[in-house]
Ligand binder design. Structure first.
Ligand SMILES: [Zn+2]
Length: 470
């Protein structure tokens, strides 16, 4: 038996005063490993079902309706515990669970985005070059172009016909579907290309997707491969070349979400940014019974290109939804906002020992250290950040600690190494107290990103704690 030793003065002081960070696996509660696995299984399914914002909205509606949510119509009478949603043009969605307290007491908001970096087709995309057919693309969001060549791609989206009919397109994720790809130079002929900086080696106008090579049979005309592809598209979707003009088609990586590592502790997938936080907010909301304060989940589009447009976080669609809810209780929306809290749930950079030089280790988010809280984002001296107040950060510490959430403080990387933003600033501009928080990601914005299961689960737990806060 060990002899009991009085802790030294130094040990006592260290324990009482110093901030000690601990790996999340050393802080899990009994039963949490199993709960984490269950949660991540649902998350992987959500990822595979939603590779565009439209598909994420569809999947969200299906999950919400199964959990008792109804579409909200203006003027609908609501009582505490009622669950409603409103989709914005099929690309963003707002959901609410009405609380016991009135809307004049404010709401708890979880805001995430469901758009991810990808390659959008141009409006006149199809062409033939030397008897191969290609689609021209314009990349969406901040991506590293060299990562998008020589990987399998799927094609998702819609073609809106002049008649008003909307044709859905999804090629690559069905049984036996073909895939697409963008070719790159062979190393044997890549001497000049290899000398170029990474950002210049693959010009954007080279991101052309290979979609066919078989010429139209028994024909002497021009562009026989392109015409043969158009014939296939016409047969399957009833579209003609001109219809691309009013289409939104995106090439996305053809990877299914999967476990990474011998220990299966990580998840690799396309689109963690920011479906990992969107799913956390959604799953937490769907589990709510009757919260004290009304809980609102906002899943926005267009974050990756600056939150612009009718379906982005700058859109008045959110304000209109909130105004409609407030009207039912005779509350001024602004009076509701000033009492509200928003967790802007978006991913942050995970410290990567392979690229240690861009991180400031003391203030970086680590894999398996839980949900990463960011007081500010932005670049070059916090420019473009909402910079949450000290009081607000203290409030969130309290809420998360009371719910046994494993969390950490996070900053994207070294000061002046780069930067980034989220929807936080647009919530804060509405006079809503807002703090950034989310899952640390390795290889952010790559076709295949990696997160830790523990961090996913803790972000879900954190979102739930925020929604349940009184
Ligand atoms: Zn992003």
């Amino acid at each position: 038996m060990d002899e009991f030793k009085e802790p030294t003065r130094g040990e006592q002081l260290r324990k009482a005063l110093a901030y000690e960070k601990k790996n999340g696996y050393d802080r899990l509660l009994p039963g949490e490993l199993e709960a984490m696995e269950d949660y991540c299984t649902g998350y992987k399914q959500f990822l595979d079902a939603g590779k565009t914002e439209r598909e994420c909205v569809d999947r969200t509606i299906a999950l919400a309706e199964a959990a008792g949510f109804r579409p909200y119509t203006r003027g609908m009478e609501l009582k505490p515990g009622d669950k409603v949603y409103r989709a914005n043009r099929g690309k963003a969605i707002m959901l609410a669970v009405m609380g016991r307290k009135g809307l004049d007491q404010g709401v708890n908001i979880g805001a995430a985005h469901i758009d991810s970096p990808r390659l959008d087709l141009k409006q006149n995309p199809l062409y033939e070059a030397d008897e191969m057919a290609f689609l021209k693309t314009h990349y969406y969001g901040g991506l590293r172009k060299y990562q998008w060549v020589t990987i399998p791609l799927e094609l998702h989206g819609v073609v809106a016909l002049k008649s008003g009919q909307v044709v859905r397109v999804s090629v690559g994720n069905g049984e036996g579907d073909p895939l697409f790809t963008i070719d790159d130079l062979l190393p044997h002929l890549g001497a000049e290309q290899s000398k170029k900086p990474l950002g210049e080696a693959i010009p954007a106008e080279n991101l052309n997707i290979l979609v066919g090579s078989r010429p139209l049979a028994d024909d002497e005309g021009s562009d026989r491969v392109k015409i043969a592809v158009l014939e296939l598209l016409n047969r399957k979707y009833g579209i003609v070349e001109e219809d691309f003009i009013s289409a939104e088609l995106s090439a996305v990586p053809a990877f299914s979400a999967c476990d990474i590592g011998f220990d299966r502790s990580l998840i690799g997938a396309y689109g963690h940014d920011d479906r990992v936080c969107a799913y956390a907010a959604l799953a937490a909301l769907l589990q709510l019974g009757m919260p004290e304060r009304t809980a609102v989940c906002m899943l926005a589009d267009k974050e990756e290109i600056g939150s612009e447009g009718v379906s982005g976080m700058k859109s008045a669609a959110f304000d209109t939804f909130m105004a409609d809810l407030c009207a039912g209780q005779g509350v001024l929306p602004r009076a509701c906002y000033e009492q509200s809290f928003c967790l802007s749930a978006d991913v942050t950079a995970a410290y990567d020992p392979n690229f240690a030089e861009v991180y400031e280790k003391r203030n970086s988010a680590f894999i398996n250290y839980g949900m990463g809280l960011c007081k500010y984002t932005g670049a070059r001296g916090k420019s473009g950040a909402s910079d949450a107040s000290a009081e607000l950060v203290a409030y969130v510490r309290r809420v998360l600690d009371n719910a046994n959430v494993v969390w950490q403080m996070a900053e994207l990387g070294k000061v002046d190494a780069g930067g980034g933003g989220t929807v936080a600033v647009y919530m804060a501009e509405r006079d809503i107290d807002t703090l950034d928080a989310g899952v640390p990601v390795l290889s952010m914005h790559a076709p295949f990103e990696t997160v830790s299961k523990l961090d996913c689960y803790m972000t879900f737990k954190g979102m739930k704690a925020v929604f349940e806060a009184v």
